[in-house]
Design a protein around this ligand. Structure first.
Ligand SMILES: Cc1cc2nc3c(=O)[nH]c(=O)nc-3n(C[C@H](O)[C@H](O)[C@H](O)COP(=O)(O)OP(=O)(O)OC[C@H]3O[C@@H](n4cnc5c(N)ncnc54)[C@H](O)[C@@H]3O)c2cc1C
Length: 277
């Protein structure tokens, strides 16, 4: 079941601004509309079917699920809660981490999640150790923000954790629309082939030194912002996402057409930061 919502009190600031920026009323209903959809949430059990290493640092796990017929994920940057398998104390919910449904097919009962491998953390440790037949539970997505595919161009900026959402969006955007991605990676081997009908220009920004924000800001600074209305989507470590957003805004891009999120936070576990101030 889906519930559509436009500009409610709990609509994030970037979505309210997007409505205001284009004059509201009828225009908002037809141009650059951002629609929030809520989904009924429940837990589903996934079983590992096969494991694919898309690149050395990105593991795609293909799951089957007997209960996927009414799974809803309308937004490319939706997330599911992954419940980390393991003992849970009575009354506790256990550990949860957020992941993007990279691909899913309700009729076939299949779903894939891409795990950006890193050194610490139970979610990624589970993905590294996973074998066909293993199972885990997910919840959600609780809701989606559907960004209209009527902008003149799109930019995507992020690190490996953003790549599943970026890949999903590149696969669904309309034919020929200019799309540029700037993705911070550990090595050139992390460049992914993504099949897209967009006019896609990928920039694989190989990490140099310890200042990830500086790497991404330098890469984007070399590229002029295109003319026309564009939507810029950013997701990375929280401090990095915030710094990149500030740099993009300083170039005059309207905040209304900018969405930035911290997909993790250095030194903290399981953090999701919505950057709206
Ligand atoms: C909406 C949303 C969607 C997301 N989608 C995806 C996705 O599809 N694929 C994906 O791989 N990730 C995704 N992430 C990021 C993922 O949820 C985090 O990286 C998460 O912290 C991983 O859990 P963990 O148990 O492995 O590590 P945690 O226990 O959360 O963290 C352990 C330590 O590792 C650090 N850490 C966490 N992530 C990273 C990282 N990527 N690189 C280096 N250090 C890190 C933490 O700061 C902490 O110090 C998403 C996050 C959000 C909010």
């Amino acid at each position: 079941m889906m519930t559509k919502i436009h500009d409610t009190a709990d609509t994030p600031q970037w979505q309210r601004l997007a409505g205001a920026a284009i004059g509201g009323g009828e225009a908002r209903m037809t141009r650059h509309q951002i629609t929030r959809v809520r989904h009924e949430t429940r837990r589903r059990t996934l079983t590992v079917d096969r494991i694919e290493d898309v690149t050395p640092g990105m593991r795609r796990i293909h799951f089957t699920c007997a209960d996927l017929a009414d799974f809803a994920s309308a937004g490319f940057d939706d997330h599911v809660k992954m419940f980390i398998p393991g003992p849970v104390a009575p009354g506790e919910r256990g550990m949860m981490r957020d992941f993007t449904p990279r691909r899913f097919d309700q009729a076939a009962g299949t779903i894939a999640i891409d795990y950006a491998l890193h050194d610490a953390g139970p979610a990624v440790a589970w993905a590294i150790a996973a074998r066909p037949g293993d199972s885990l539970e997910i919840g959600g997505p609780r809701g989606s923000a559907i960004i209209a595919d009527d902008f003149d161009w799109y930019w995507f900026i992020g690190d490996a954790t953003a790549l599943p959402a970026i890949g999903r969006r590149l696969e669904e955007l309309r034919d020929g629309v200019p799309a540029v991605s700037f993705v911070l990676v550990d090595s050139p081997a992390e460049a992914q082939e993504i099949v897209t009908q967009t006019d896609w220009t990928p920039h694989w920004v190989v990490r140099s030194g310890s200042d990830d924000a500086a790497n991404l800001i330098a890469a984007t600074a070399d590229v002029p912002l295109p003319r026309g209305d564009g939507f810029i989507w950013i997701a990375a470590e929280a401090g990095v996402a915030r710094a990149v957003r500030t740099a993009i805004e300083a170039r005059g891009h309207p905040r209304a057409w900018l969405k930035a999120s911290g997909y993790w936070q250095r030194g903290d576990e399981g953090v999701h930061v919505k950057i709206e101030d």
